[in-house]
Design a protein around this ligand. Structure first.
Ligand code: SF4
Length: 418
């Protein structure tokens, strides 16, 4: 590979790494004389498919030159950082080269805004078009749509990309205007709406004509930055809930604010990325998508912030002792799903297993129920432990909480099960 291309790759992969709408592995391990493999920080990241497969993506920007000056972004025009730009042909060739070498299974493409949104989109479309038409590349492509891009170009992008995303970044218009004066919510929601419209039209067309073009078959996603502005978890989750009402919105990603431009007085002074808050939001997101929770049950005027020391499902259960204990041998699937310590898989297995006889604690354990948590909230054949009423919610909370409670403002990383 030419040195000039490697130099661009290093700069543009580094610039792309702050966008977490596909998670990055960020490893740097060099090969040894007798070893095999060479993991470099060249923007290869890992993303997960809906069926749980892990795929390696080349996560790269077409260019990190940008006309805009968003306060939270490392690539903003006022930053003095190394800049580079690939030509569409260079980036298409690089993707194919990586693909042939088995480094990657797909491409995640974003870009700074050069000249104007449409000019940038055209160049990005050229990359994916070259890949699809000249190189006959059929691998996965996730492309970031540029705020303010035209309807026509959004359509063309969706003909070549599997997934299109456009980042909301800041949840409210007022705060977006404060931190990213060149952007507004309309320039983000409009392309989002176009993506939805074209996706649904394409699905209808394909019912009538098998060969009608497919539009962004993997749907769309977006990203919200957490902690750069003063929105509460309630504001963020209400917005999320509205976004998920869009039939084509597959994922909302929450990106803890990374203090890359500490000199900007509009930004909060933070020591660490709010990883724990980010993690709680992902857990709440799961409750919305898979556990049939309504957003008001998780956050509301009385509880506008997610608790950091316990997960949102346990938090809801402790606030609603009247809902428990749930009889695992009689309750509906939906009721069982609300028990802390019981996940979707366990709830399904409980409903199926109890047809063959009443479930005991041992049977629940074999199914995978986390009894340490679930014991206070369930009733089963040989249940002998205290219920939440007998033990009292405050004591259950103490028994289940992490040994050292973590106060807000001192976040710690937790594993995210999504
Ligand atoms: S438009 Fe995108 S790349 Fe440009 S400064 Fe804003 S966030 Fe960064």
């Amino acid at each position: 590979m030419r040195k000039e291309i490697i130099d661009k790759l290093v700069i543009l992969a580094e610039s792309a790494k702050y966008d977490i709408s596909c998670a990055s592995s960020g490893t740097t391990r060099n090969n040894t004389s007798q070893g095999i493999g060479n993991a470099n920080g060249w923007g290869i990241c890992h993303s997960y498919t809906e069926d749980g497969r892990c795929v390696a993506l080349l996560k790269i920007m077409l260019t990190n030159f940008c006309l805009y000056d968003c306060a939270y972004c490392i690539n903003r025009r006022s930053n003095d950082i190394p800049r580079a730009a690939f030509s569409p042909k260079e980036l298409a060739n690089l993707t194919i080269e990586f693909y042939r070498r088995n480094y990657i299974e797909g491409l995640f493409l974003s870009s700074g805004i050069i000249k104007n949104p449409d000019h940038t989109m055209e160049r990005m479309i050229n990359v994916v078009k070259l890949l699809r038409t000249e190189h006959q590349y059929n691998g996965y492509i996730h492309m970031k749509t540029i705020p303010g891009a035209s309807k026509e170009l959004t359509y063309q992008a969706g003909l070549y990309a599997d997934r299109l995303s456009i980042n909301l970044e800041i949840p409210t218009e007022q705060n977006l205007k404060l931190l990213a004066p060149e952007k507004d919510h309309q320039s983000i929601y409009k392309p989002m709406h176009h993506i939805q419209q074209y996706t649904l039209e394409s699905k209808e067309d394909r019912k009538k004509h098998r060969n009608a073009p497919r539009f962004a078959p993997a749907g769309q996603s977006t990203q919200i930055i957490i902690g750069a502005t003063n929105e509460t978890d309630k504001d963020i989750l209400n917005l999320t809930s509205v976004l998920y009402q869009r039939p084509t919105m597959k994922r909302v990603y929450y990106s803890g604010f990374i203090p890359v431009n500490e000199y900007d007085k509009r930004l909060p002074v933070v020591k660490d990325v709010p990883k724990l808050r980010e993690n709680r939001l992902y857990q709440a997101d799961w409750l919305l998508r898979f556990y049939q929770f309504n957003v008001n049950e998780i956050v509301n005027d009385l509880h506008p912030e997610l608790e950091l020391d316990i997960d949102p499902k346990l938090s809801w259960a402790l606030r609603h002792p009247e809902y428990f204990p749930v009889d695992v041998n009689r309750a509906s699937y939906e009721q069982i799903l609300r028990v802390p310590g019981i996940g979707i898989k366990s709830a399904r297995m409980i409903v199926s297993a109890r047809q063959h006889g009443a479930l005991t604690l041992n049977a629940l354990k074999r199914i995978g129920v986390v009894l340490k948590r679930a014991q206070y909230f369930i009733h089963c054949r040989d249940k002998s432990m205290l219920t939440i009423h007998e033990a009292k919610p405050e004591n259950v909370r103490l028994a289940l909480i992490a040994p050292t409670p973590i106060p807000r403002g001192q976040p710690e990383q937790l594993s995210i099960g999504f």
